[in-house]
Design a protein around this ligand. Structure first.
Ligand code: SAM
Length: 472
């Protein structure tokens, strides 16, 4: 059988659903969404349908056995009884009356398919496998759902709103196409996608007043790349990574993540390793602003979350001074990523009621922290940049009241295929670190929750099979 994908205006049209079981309930939802008026005929109905009966909006339920006289002048009939012969008979009568008919089961008796829909109203993507495989259809739908942002709906609506104004301003098709391409490629569409619809309207009005395509002013995307595993990126991060002209990145962004950046984008490494600051912070701030002012889309890609020990705030402040549009996309911070991949819950009803993220970065050879506040049982401490200061950290925590047997996990290159989890305690962890050649980045998790690692560990990077793992 051949099908033509066709979008039909169904508002107010009549639909008859014969049958009231699970299949009928699945068909009912998209049909009601398409604003048809539905009559359902069935002696009984599935519990999922009850709320529609109560709601009564565009829905009538007739509690009775179906008779041929129920088929009258409907636009669409759904044959969804639990009897294949009855369904086939319904289809035959409907087709004789030139009524579209949809079958509950996979059969050739009907003449329509209700597709699976990726809905970004007014954009609707219909997917059908021609009844070959609903599982395949679901797979395709899931893939599309993940790459088409929900906010495309807003984008489509604003384009609809401005369609006639753009037509009045630009008489030639080619001018209109240039206008919309510049809109979609530039910062105005990003304003819409990030929820600044009024700002976008002002920018569109301005361009139309001057009869020119929207300015290609630059913008900056401050994006968190997460702790290393590329699958932990957000959809939004991925979209902006594939849109940027220039990428400014540092050491913590893993190679598999860098491979997801638009191929022709210019990549600038700005370092930020302990004792290897390829570029001072002040210069990074200026660089971001300078490239954006050239009209380019700049991706500032940072490991983890840009607002957690990431100096993201400083970089954004300098953009505000230059009036440069920007967006901030959070990432999974190292504490979250490493803890999950090590099977160490950061809080637990029996072991820890609080979790504190701390920087263990040494300044002048000391770690200046509020040790009284940190040295408490029933809370978890996560030290970023803590490996080199681990001796001072462990000593101070013991000095301020924690037992020297308090468990400590050192997570090396968390969430990547090189992840290692080393378990010790406040007493022996500094020695373990001293005696083993450990390559950063590393994270220290301190507290009773570490005891759960043995039971909850699940991530088993393939590479560890071939390596000299440190086993304790
Ligand atoms: C400058 S901080 C940046 C933190 C980042 N903004 C975040 O939210 O995860 C760098 C420190 O994060 C920790 N870190 C980041 N990624 C890590 C990983 N994959 N495994 C272990 N520690 C990591 C290390 O302690 C590293 O020294």
């Amino acid at each position: 059988m051949s099908y033509l994908p066709l979008y039909i205006n169904t508002t107010g049209k009549k639909c008859l659903i014969i049958g009231g079981g699970k299949v009928a309930s699945r068909k009912l939802i998209p049909i009601l969404k398409s604003k048809m008026h539905v009559t359902m005929v069935s002696p009984e109905i599935h519990e999922d349908i009850i709320e529609f009966v109560k709601d009564k909006k565009n829905f009538d339920y007739q509690k009775k056995v179906f008779t041929i006289n129920d088929i009258k002048d409907q636009f669409l009939i759904v044959a969804a009884t639990n009897n294949k012969e009855v369904n086939a008979l319904i289809a035959k009568i409907a087709k004789n009356k030139n009524i579209l008919v949809n079958m509950a089961e996979n059969s050739n008796s009907g003449n329509t398919l209700i597709p699976s829909v990726v809905d970004r109203d007014p954009i609707k993507i219909a997917i059908s496998s021609g009844a070959a495989s609903p599982i395949l259809t679901r797979l395709v739908k899931t893939k599309l759902e993940s790459v088409i942002p929900y906010s495309f709906s807003k984008l489509a609506l604003i384009m609809m709103e401005y369609r006639s104004k753009v037509k009045e301003t630009f008489s030639k098709i080619v001018e209109r196409r240039n206008f919309w391409e510049a809109f979609l490629d530039g910062p105005i569409s990003e304003m819409v996608l990030s929820g600044h619809v009024d700002k976008a309207r002002n920018a569109l009005d301005e361009s139309l007043k001057d009869k020119k395509v929207p300015n290609q002013i630059g913008e900056v995307y401050l994006v968190g790349a997460g702790p290393g595993d590329p699958e932990l990126l957000s959809f939004k991060a991925l979209r902006l990574m594939q849109k940027a002209d220039v990428v400014i990145y540092d050491r913590l962004v893993s190679e598999p993540i860098m491979n997801l950046i638009r191929q022709d984008a210019e990549k600038i490494y700005v370092g930020k390793q302990r004792a290897d600051h390829a570029m001072p912070q002040e210069n990074i701030n200026q660089l971001l602003a300078r490239i954006a002012l050239e009209g380019k889309k700049v991706l500032r890609l940072k490991g983890g979350d840009p607002f957690i020990f990431g100096r993201g705030g400083e970089e954004i402040e300098s953009l505000i001074n230059d009036d440069i549009p920007f967006q901030i996309v959070p990432g999974i911070t190292a504490a979250s990523g490493c803890a999950s991949y090590a099977g160490i819950p950061l809080t637990h009803r029996d072991h820890s009621q609080a979790c504190i993220f701390v920087t263990g970065h040494l300044k002048d050879g000391t770690v200046n922290l509020n040790w009284e506040m940190l040295a408490h049982e029933k809370q978890t401490l996560v030290f970023y940049m803590g490996m080199h200061g681990s001796k001072i950290i462990c000593e101070e925590l013991i000095k301020h009241g924690l037992k020297n047997t308090t468990p400590v996990a050192l997570i090396v290159k968390g969430t990547t295929i090189d992840q290692e989890v080393i378990i010790g305690n406040l007493q022996n962890m500094p020695k373990i670190i001293e005696e083993n050649k450990i390559i950063p980045p590393t994270l220290l998790i301190i507290g009773d929750v570490v005891k759960l690692h043995n039971k909850l560990k699940w991530f088993d990077p393939f590479s560890s099979l071939n390596k000299n793992n440190i086993q304790l």
